[in-house]
Design a protein around this ligand. Structure first.
Ligand SMILES: [Zn+2]
Length: 250
């Protein structure tokens, strides 16, 4: 293997497994969050409607450079969608401006991405604290992760797991909210384990559509998960609210 490729592989492995921003959770009840990446128009509309109907708020990680475009699988949300999400109490998170693989770009390029996204989202939403980040494609490296954790309160990846005990704020773990992978058995097992360990379950998905894409959620599944989580006594929080519940923010 070429040295450069070997180093890149080590950087990804280190970023995934090294707890670079450890924090001991101090929440009193198990928590659940619903997070959306990119985001498709259907998530900003049907997804937000379901959250609102269930009295819940989500975190939408926006790459402003994609707004209003057509992706392979969906129409991306518009500027108006993002403005409405923010105005109705949902959290706007950061997902870079143009959705690069951050492990393949320089520190300077990533800095420019972040400055551009922050400027665009502030233009759309007015005053906006952009506290939380999600890695595009889930791609990361140790050096880019360390760079991003200086800028954001949390970074969310795509590695599966519950956030419990001593967590890595720079690599929050997720459960896929996909029709393809979230079976009723897996949902029950996940919530049982999370309730027993007072965990923070962070669901993540893309579109909320009928039928969904292979990395999306049907409206029926999303509604069922929202109701199940509430029935089981989880507090449904945005990532920003979750940070307060675990004691990482006053
Ligand atoms: Zn993405």
């Amino acid at each position: 293997m070429k040295p450069a490729r070997l180093l890149a592989g080590l950087g990804r492995k280190a970023g995934r497994h090294l707890n670079t921003q450890p924090f001991r959770m101090r929440n009193h009840r198990p928590l659940a969050s619903f997070t959306f990446d990119d985001v498709p128009a259907s998530a900003a509309r049907a997804g937000a409607d379901l959250l609102n109907a269930n009295g819940a708020f989500g975190t939408f990680y926006i790459a402003a450079g994609l707004l209003g475009t057509r992706d392979e699988f969906w129409d991306v949300a518009t500027v108006e969608d993002v403005r409405r999400l923010h105005a109705t109490g949902h959290e706007i998170g950061d997902h870079t401006f143009s959705h690069p693989k951050v492990d393949e770009i320089s520190a300077e390029a990533l800095e420019e991405e972040e400055n551009a996204n922050r400027a665009a989202l502030r233009e759309i939403c007015g005053d906006l604290s952009l506290e939380n980040f999600a890695f595009p494609f889930g791609r990361q490296s140790l050096s880019r992760k360390l760079q991003l954790q200086r800028r954001f309160a949390t970074c969310r990846g795509v590695y599966e797991g519950l956030n419990v005990g001593r967590i890595d704020l720079a690599m929050l773990r997720v459960i896929e909210l996909y029709d393809r992978t979230l079976t009723p058995e897996k949902l029950a097992r996940t919530l049982d384990a999370a309730a027993a360990r007072n965990a923070w379950v962070i669901f993540y998905t893309h579109d909320v559509a009928d039928p969904p894409s292979w990395i999306g959620t049907s409206t029926a599944l999303f509604d069922r998960v929202l109701k199940t989580v509430a029935d089981r006594g989880f507090d449904c929080v945005t990532i920003a609210q979750g940070l307060r519940r675990i004691g990482a923010r006053p």
